[in-house]
Write a protein that binds this ligand. Structure first.
Ligand code: ZN
Length: 86
């Protein structure tokens, strides 16, 4: 059974809430789960970038993860969201 990482759970939540908006083939606007910020995500085959702090420190974030899920059409069917993730 596939393990869902917290970052994937958060990404799935962004998708479920309709917070991921496509601008064009490579650019996306992603609203944070808090609804207080909108980040610009650029995603291509080779990888992605995001304007959030998480990306700057980690080199990856759940905003990009959400875009990657949509691009790859590999959104997990069901994800249990733990309160602590929100
Ligand atoms: Zn981000």
């Amino acid at each position: 059974m596939r393990t869902i990482q917290p970052i994937q759970a958060k990404a799935k939540r962004l998708i479920d809430l309709g917070l991921v908006q496509k601008i064009n083939d490579t650019d996306w606007n992603v609203t944070s789960l808090t609804g207080q910020s909108v980040y610009n995500v650029t995603y291509q085959n080779c990888g992605g970038s995001c304007t959030c702090k998480g990306f700057r420190y980690e080199g990856w974030c759940y905003h990009i993860e959400a875009v990657a899920m949509l691009q790859q059409k590999s959104v997990p069917q069901s994800v249990k969201i733990e309160e602590e993730l929100l």
